[in-house]
Design a protein around this ligand. Structure first.
Ligand code: SF4
Length: 392
């Protein structure tokens, strides 16, 4: 067992008793939390635990189950209908040139808002034996040029298992890009070992979509893991989920985006929280998301402004949402407001000037010449005069 696997096994908290020991029974209402712990998978790694400063803070909210998870209103088990777009086990093929490949059923820590909570945490729910049909599907579908390894967290697999997957994918000529969707740099930064960094370089281009929701997650250990990945040539992006009680605040979001950039991670998406059953208490309004975007765009570098998207319920895919800058658009002009709310007018280009009669006639001369020839041969009537042809 490698060091990171030992840390995960021996030092993570996975029960209410251990949580109470850590934070104090006088601080935690154990009986109130018990029904949640009896119903849901929970694990918090040492790195995630260190990020929790007090009960009920944004980091606590992300990892500690509550009875709110039992309260299902609009939530759906598979809110993005990923299983509906799954032609073979563990593959979701929704977009034209890319596919999602679920390779690991487990994560280091379990996030309470997880879209894939129906699958993660239970090794039975993503069978590793089913890789083969996935490889075959990817090989047969030559339109797929980008494969996103996800799960669970693909970085929970051993290096040898990951290398096997990379080799199989690199043997498929039309697969150009391999992406890893992983929260490991926040949950278990020690998993980004020198051995992994050496191995991954053989299979570039490899991208990693990290997942950070709060600036407190960018601890020195996380930043060091991101640095190791960057040095190994892995391109880093970040997906953030907009969560009530965690990051539904423009200042928090801006700080998060700045910390990511400092760690050489490009903010990629802010997602509206999905309508997943058990995660509804994390949802905030779309207006709140747009308001946050308005307070990022223009007020800080464009590099720090990700796209704000809703992953459309039922499998419609990601749809970008923008605050309303446009006021009016006509053939003559566009009226809009800038990031400070100031109004500006942009003149549309003038339509091409109407053709002069001479130009039109010149174009039509091509026809009369032929007609003249045919007329000479007595096949058609003689062409009209130029004046009549130009319609004057
Ligand atoms: S790391 Fe990702 S897949 Fe795992 S529980 Fe968190 S959100 Fe879900």
């Amino acid at each position: 067992m490698s060091d990171w696997q030992k840390t995960l096994k021996d030092e993570s908290i996975a029960s209410l008793d251990r949580l109470a020991e850590k934070f104090g029974r006088d601080v935690i209402d154990v009986e109130a939390l018990r029904p949640a712990f009896e119903n849901f998978q929970m694990r918090i790694t040492p790195a995630a635990l260190d990020q929790i400063k007090e009960v009920g803070d944004p980091m606590w909210n992300q990892y500690v189950p509550t009875v709110d998870e039992l309260d299902v209103v609009d939530g759906v088990i598979d809110s993005l209908d990923e299983d509906g777009d799954s032609p073979v086990p563990n593959i979701t093929h929704r977009y034209p040139d890319r596919a999602l490949f679920l390779v690991s059923p487990v994560c280091a820590s379990y996030c309470r808002f997880c879209t894939r909570r129906r699958k993660v945490g239970d090794p039975e729910k993503i069978s590793l034996k089913e890789y083969e049909s996935a490889f075959q599907y990817l090989a047969e579908h030559t339109e797929i040029r980008d494969v996103i390894l996800s799960g669970g967290d693909p970085m929970m697999l051993s290096d040898s298992r990951l290398e096997y997957i990379f080799q199989r994918l690199r043997a498929i000529p039309h697969i150009e890009i391999i992406r890893l969707g992983s929260r490991i740099t926040s949950h278990l930064p020690e998993r980004v070992t020198p051995e992994f960094c050496e191995m991954v370089q053989k299979y570039h281009p490899i991208f990693m979509n990290t997942h950070f929701n709060h600036p407190s997650e960018l601890t020195p250990a996380s930043v060091a893991a991101l640095d190791r990945l960057s040095r190994a040539g892995v391109s880093l992006g970040c997906q953030t989920v907009l969560l009530k009680g965690v990051n539904d605040d423009a200042k928090v979001m801006m700080k998060l985006m700045h910390e990511l950039l400092k760690a050489r991670v490009r903010p990629y998406y802010i997602y509206m929280a999905d309508q997943v059953a058990g995660g509804e208490h994390f949802r905030t309004t779309v207006q709140k998301g747009l308001e946050i975007m308005q307070q990022l765009r223009g007020w800080t570098s464009g590099l720090a402004v990700p796209q704000f998207v809703i992953d459309a319920p039922g499998g419609g895919g990601k749809v970008p949402l923008l605050p309303e800058y446009l006021e009016e658009i006509t053939d003559d002009e566009v009226i809009f407001r800038n990031y400070e709310g100031k109004r500006f007018v942009y003149k549309q280009p003038r339509p091409a000037a109407p053709k002069t009669p001479a130009e039109i006639a010149a174009e039509k001369d091509v026809v009369p010449i032929r007609r003249k020839k045919k007329a000479k041969e007595g096949k058609v009537a003689a062409p009209r005069t130029r004046r009549r042809a130009s319609g004057e």
